[in-house]
Design a protein around this ligand. Structure first.
Ligand SMILES: C[S@@+](CC[C@H](N)C(=O)[O-])C[C@H]1O[C@@H](n2cnc3c(N)ncnc32)[C@H](O)[C@@H]1O
Ligand SMILES: O=S(=O)(c1ccc2c(c1)CN[C@@H](CF)C2)N1CCSCC1
Length: 284
């Protein structure tokens, strides 16, 4: 590499590090309780309307986990935040589930739910009941599903998708890698730009075994969201073509893309999301 190219690469690396550091600073104000209220409680989180985003998301995950090509022992949820909906179908398929997040406040929120004692966060019962319905079980089986989830979560780990190795080496992941990754509203919400989003996809690919699957849910057209009162967090605005190109450029085979367009009434000022994508991809 000649001197000019070396200087340009060093400048690009410095810019990238500054962007990531700025994102870390934004997340210091993240408020799990507020985030759950903004996105996972009524009226935004509505199960009654068939065209609501929540049944759509849970349906995408249910189909992806149960259509026969996804399996193995280990499922990793990348950037869990304070939420659990993303593993309610997967917990029936995998015997070992790792939840992960960058922030201790989120890992603590998840621990509180898993321990069952003194949890004062979101009531996940409607989500558990809905997934039981998708599985053809009676809604009252939600207590069994909650117990199943508590039994298969092996650990709640720190993660940083901007690192080439996002998990600490002691994380007890199998040497060959996880059998499946799920990640929801994380990569585009923690990356300063599209190149960083694509790089992060490549970093988490290293957590997967060859032949393993990535199930990715994310925001389309979103440029910011409120991570708490007065906590405005920038988001990489993505369109469908960019999502597909980044998935392929980071080394996955795209199995399918599904898209949900938000009805106008869903725009309530906590973000400017216009749609949601679901990607099923495979590591060759
Ligand atoms: C918009 S929230 C998504 C939470 C949840 N997965 C959901 O579906 O709502 C983004 C999450 O990414 C986490 N995060 C922030 N920086 C990160 C990083 N560098 N690597 C991995 N996760 C990060 C945040 O702590 C937050 O929980
Ligand atoms: O499930 S959602 O599509 C959803 C759920 C979570 C998020 C967003 C959207 C958009 N901003 C993200 C910031 F990263 C977080 N949904 C938006 C409509 S109302 C119910 C929640």
């Amino acid at each position: 590499m000649d001197r000019e190219a070396k200087n340009e690469k060093e400048e690009n690396d410095r810019e990238r590090e500054k962007g990531v550091a700025a994102m870390v600073a934004c997340y210091q104000g993240f408020d799990p309780a507020a985030y759950l209220q903004y996105n996972y409680m009524p009226p935004r989180a509505d199960f009654d309307r068939q065209d609501s985003i929540v049944p759509w998301k849970l349906g995408c995950l249910h189909r992806a986990f149960t259509e026969g090509d996804v399996g193995g022992d280990v499922l990793v949820d990348v950037g869990s935040g304070p939420t659990l909906y993303q593993v309610l179908s997967g917990c029936e398929v995998f015997d070992t589930v790792f939840l992960t997040d960058f922030l201790e406040v989120n890992r603590q929120e998840l621990r509180r739910w898993l321990q069952g004692e003194g949890y004062s966060g979101l009531d996940w019962t409607p989500y558990l009941q809905h997934v039981c319905k998708l599985e053809g079980r009676r809604p009252s089986a939600w207590t069994e599903k909650a117990a199943r989830l508590r039994s298969v979560v092996s650990d709640i780990l720190p993660i940083d998708v901007h690192l080439p190795r996002p998990l600490h080496p002691d994380s007890q992941l199998p040497t060959a890698g996880a059998d499946c990754l799920v990640s929801c509203f994380c990569l585009e919400s923690v990356s300063p730009d599209l190149a960083s989003f694509t790089r992060a996809l490549g970093h988490i690919r290293g957590l997967l075994r060859p032949g393993g699957h990535l199930l990715l849910i994310g925001a389309l057209g979103e440029s910011y969201y409120m991570g708490g009162p007065g906590v405005r967090i920038p988001v990489v605005p993505l369109d469908e073509a960019q999502v597909c190109a980044s998935v392929r450029a980071s080394g996955y085979t795209l199995v399918r893309l599904e898209v949900y367009t938000l009805p106008k009434g869903m725009m309530v000022g906590v973000d400017d999301v216009t749609g949601v994508f679901f990607v099923k991809a495979r590591k060759p």
